[in-house]
Design a binder for this molecule. Structure first.
Ligand code: ADP
Length: 338
């Protein structure tokens, strides 16, 4: 019990008579609560898990132990904790049962994130596909009516959704290759100043809503994969624009020190709650604010960005305040070659 690797508690009837620190920590109760008899595992069982719990109690009566199962406990502060719990009778007079409790919240959260991802992904794939279908039908109709000029106009409009689909499928492939560790990188000399200005120009062209300001220079070449590094900053700029509706500018600041180059991408948008700042680099993670949720995305971009930077021996961090904006700071080691 004292090893506290998992939660353990002992009950007599509905009353919890002993528990280790791990179980108290999970459920938010104190040792005083325990000693004062304020821990009743039936009261800690939400109504929708009652039937399943009673089934296990019958199994316990018949076999002296019950098969581990998934349930939730209501914690001291009223929040819910998903757990896997199993137990066995270890004393008969008075009858005591020892229960082993695994915190299942990380797995449940991942399951939820994957469910959300699948539903978002289907939606994100269907939207450009619907646009493609409409435009190709239009092309056919125009050709039937012998209006080649209008048909050509309709054909031009398929480029946008095709690019959108290409990007999405490309990101899905990147994520799966990164997971498998099979993404291949090129090693080449990269003029970062030129690359960043090229990206800023291209983004400015496709996103006239914001002014993209590039300040400073790094004045050094890196050794790395030019396209992949380009993907990093395209992604950061595109997020900066996407998550700052109504703002006028996004800024990219370049600087250099003895060993590293630093690129900061800064926006004046929605910002990210402090407790979620680390999580946004995880696969499929999206910030839970209702405002952010209305902006389409699949939570793959920053995972890909972080993996590419890691491969180049660099770092990425974020500094953000909700309602004020975010600054993503990327550092990359300078090449040792002269
Ligand atoms: P996507 O934008 O496709 O959802 P990302 O991996 O690029 O996926 O970003 C993960 C999450 O981080 C986003 O869903 C968003 O909530 C948050 N985020 C990323 N960049 C910004 C930003 N510049 N400002 C505010 N939130 C951001």
């Amino acid at each position: 019990m004292s090893s506290n690797i998992i939660g353990i508690f002992v009950n007599e009837g509905e009353q919890i008579v002993d528990a280790n620190d791990a179980f108290l920590r999970m459920t938010g109760y104190t040792r005083e609560d325990l000693h004062a008899g304020r821990m009743n595992w039936m009261h800690m069982t939400p109504p929708e898990y009652l039937a399943r719990t009673l089934e296990r109690q019958q199994e316990l009566a018949a076999r002296q132990s019950y098969t581990p199962y998934e349930k939730e406990y209501v914690c001291q502060d009223g929040s819910r904790l998903p757990v896997v719990v199993g137990g066995i009778v270890f004393q008969h007079h008075p009858r005591q049962v020892i229960n082993f409790v695994l915190d299942n919240s990380a797995r449940k959260e991942l399951e939820q994130r994957k469910d959300d991802f699948i539903s978002m992904a289907s939606h994100e794939l269907r939207t450009p596909l619907t646009a493609l279908k409409m435009q190709t039908q239009l092309v056919r109709k125009r050709l039937e009516k012998q209006s080649p000029h209008e048909a050509a106009t309709a054909l031009c409009r398929v480029e946008g959704p095709i690019k959108q689909l290409e990007r999405l499928i490309g990101e899905l492939l990147d994520v799966s290759k990164m997971q498998a560790g099979s993404l291949e990188y090129v090693r080449e000399r990269v003029d970062l100043d030129a690359l960043l200005r090229e990206i800023a120009d291209a983004m400015q062209h496709t996103h006239p809503s914001h002014r993209i300001l590039v300040r400073g220079t790094v004045e050094t070449n890196l050794i790395g994969d030019r396209d992949r590094l380009g993907q990093v900053f395209t992604n950061l700029l595109s997020n900066a624009i996407k998550y700052s509706p109504g703002a006028e500018t996004v800024e990219m600041d370049l600087s250099t020190s003895e060993d590293v180059v630093t690129v900061r991408v800064c926006d004046h948008g929605l910002g990210i709650p402090r407790e979620q700042c680390d999580k946004i680099f995880e696969r499929f993670y999206r910030v839970t604010n209702p405002r952010q949720r209305t902006i389409p995305g699949l939570g793959m971009g920053l995972y890909i960005v972080a993996e590419i930077i890691k491969h180049h021996g660099g770092t990425i961090t974020v500094d953000s305040a909700v309602g004020e904006g975010s600054t993503f700071t990327v550092t990359l080691p300078k090449s040792r070659e002269t």
